[in-house]
Unconditional design. Structure first.
Length: 232
């Protein structure tokens, strides 16, 4: 047992791949104009529009932890250049093409076509993306938030999207959840909204049960160091 008299673990399975694929879905939708096609379909409009190729894009990842690293791996596999921000860049490994400390945020925002927020919500990251940061991004830049809603100044983001500071946003998290029905984000044509589900997978409960069962066996055996997702 620990000094506190108990062991605390989290049952959550690995969600790095589902969240990473959620990021990929958002970037693919914008690059290929899928969200535009869906809206045209709803209005029975046949009208071609411009699309691009992700292989020509630069992806900036704010928060190169487990999820950010998996995002970088998937992006690199299709030829996307990757930039990353990590609190301690010395521990970032070689998962991105260029890795910066927090002081490199503005360079990343300026160079990236897609900016993925995959950082935890802390005192340092609350409101990390505000007016100055959104104005630093290129006008063709897309913001993808799979972190926490309060990492972004939501009112400023709405203004940026309405006035074309950036091309668009794919948002899975929000300052208030569920997202209020009167939020302008619902109706903006350059926004993709999903209800905080980037980490969901149909195998979640099965994988969680396997972790709980394995942790119970290792706890009974006294092999505490082998417990998965150990918190305390």
């Amino acid at each position: 047992m620990s000094r506190q008299g108990f062991e605390l673990t989290a049952p959550s399975p690995d969600i790095t791949t589902p969240r990473s694929l959620g990021k990929a879905s958002g970037s693919t939708a914008f690059e290929r104009g899928i969200h535009t096609g869906i809206r045209q379909q709803q209005r029975a409009v046949w009208e071609r529009y411009t699309v691009g190729e992700l292989a020509d894009a630069t992806l900036g990842i704010v928060g190169v932890g487990a999820i950010g690293q998996r995002i970088a791996e998937l992006a690199s596999a299709i030829g996307i250049q990757t930039l990353g921000i990590k609190r301690n860049p010395d521990t970032g490994g070689n998962c991105v093409d260029e890795l910066f400390g927090p002081e490199g945020l503005y360079e990343l925002l300026l160079r990236a076509d897609y900016v993925v927020l995959a950082c935890p919500l802390t005192d340092e990251t609350r409101g990390l993306i505000g007016r100055e940061e959104l104005q630093t991004m290129n006008e063709w830049g897309v913001l993808i938030n799979i972190a926490r809603g309060d990492v972004v100044d939501e009112e400023t983001l709405i203004h940026a999207l309405q006035y074309g500071w950036i091309r668009g946003a794919a948002l899975d998290v929000f300052s208030t959840e569920p997202l209020p029905a009167d939020s302008p984000l619902w109706k903006l044509s350059n926004v993709i909204v999903t209800p905080h589900m980037a980490g969901l997978t149909p195998h979640y409960m099965e994988r969680s049960a396997a972790i709980i069962a394995q942790n119970y066996r290792t706890f009974v055996a006294g092999d505490l160091d082998a417990m998965q997702n150990r918190i305390v």
